[in-house]
Design a protein around this ligand. Structure first.
Ligand SMILES: C[S@@+](CC[C@H](N)C(=O)[O-])C[C@H]1O[C@@H](n2cnc3c(N)ncnc32)[C@H](O)[C@@H]1O
Length: 301
């Protein structure tokens, strides 16, 4: 039997089929649900993401990949799209049995013989060139259809960088594009935990100086050291919940990657207290701009 699991539900929340293959793009090394052939799998357990286009895309990819009659369990926290799951699945032609516990809604369906609306939902959630960005992006990736205002502030403050560098949490690569405008940049490694962002960044940063890695910065293996610069707009949410440790891990990893005298340019929401970790990991850290709710910081090793 082939089963897939999308996401990382809290232990004990649902029964996970033995041997289920992980298909979440946020878990490095997982399979791509969109690459599974039609009617190939026997069971799917989906912790549905919160964004509408992203959620619909994942649900229809699961329906497409399931054999007719095979069971799908889709669930989500009530306040993060769970209360809309039933209607969404009914819209795709499913008969839904719903239950609720532990602040989640659980929708059990059997894959209909003839689901409806799959092509439209796949098209709406698929990777593509987004006109406003003039770049490849996909619903579900960070700030998927506009340049993040924090990144815009960092780009505006960046000096012309040179040498070997990295962009931690590179997303679809818009910050990296700005860095690569300098011909003095000899190499740039982009790292992101989101496979969709990595795939888009590979399109957007089609440059021989660039390598993109699908990786979790928190588990970085220290295979990249002696860099001249790091740029980053560190995340501070993990699975929709504020997680300040995530940004702290980014700061520490950046410091480990840099050579002595190397520089890290980062932007952070001004309420995030990175001062202590910056002071511990770097020789100096200077706020170069504090405006619009963001701090742009230059930190030197
Ligand atoms: C604030 S966004 C910045 C994106 C991009 N640099 C930009 O400026 O548009 C943070 C990025 O970090 C990625 N991310 C979150 N947690 C991560 C982790 N543990 N390891 C690597 N990347 C992570 C997210 O997928 C997201 O693309």
């Amino acid at each position: 039997m082939t089963a897939v699991l999308y996401g990382a539900p809290a232990p004990g929340l649902v029964d996970i089929p033995a041997g289920a293959q992980q298909v979440s793009p946020l878990i490095p090394g997982s399979q791509d649900l969109a690459a599974i052939p039609d009617a190939a799998i026997d069971q799917a357990v989906i912790l549905a993401p919160g964004g509408v286009l992203e959620r619909d895309y994942v649900l229809v990819q699961a329906l497409r990949a399931l054999k007719p009659g095979a069971p799908l369990l889709a669930f989500a926290p009530k306040d993060k799209g769970g209360s809309r799951l039933r209607k969404t699945l009914e819209g795709f032609g499913c008969t839904v049995v719903e239950d609720a516990r532990k602040h989640h809604r659980f929708c059990h369906v059997k894959r209909p013989e003839q689901p409806v609306g799959l092509d439209a939902a796949i098209a709406a959630g698929a990777p593509r060139i987004v006109p406003g960005l003039n770049a490849w992006s996909q619903p579900g990736v960070f700030s998927w259809d506009r340049l993040d205002p924090g990144s815009a502030r960092l780009i505006a403050q960046l000096p012309t960088l040179s040498g070997h560098g990295a962009d931690l949490g590179c997303g679809v690569g818009l910050l990296a594009q700005a860095v690569l405008a300098s011909p003095a940049v000899t190499s740039l490694v982009g790292l992101d935990i989101d496979r969709r962002a990595v795939a888009c960044a590979e399109h957007n940063l089609n440059d021989p100086r660039v390598t993109i890695r699908w990786a979790d910065v928190r588990q970085w293996d220290d295979s990249l050291v002696g860099l001249d610069f790091v740029v980053m707009n560190p995340p501070f949410h993990d699975g929709g919940t504020e997680d300040r440790d995530l940004g702290v891990a980014f700061v520490r990893t950046a410091a480990r990657m840099l050579r002595r005298g190397g520089v890290c340019w980062l932007v952070a929401n001004r309420h995030l207290p990175y001062e202590a970790v910056l002071a511990a990991a770097f020789d100096s850290a200077t706020v170069r701009e504090d405006a619009g709710g963001y701090k742009v910081i230059e930190a030197r090793r």
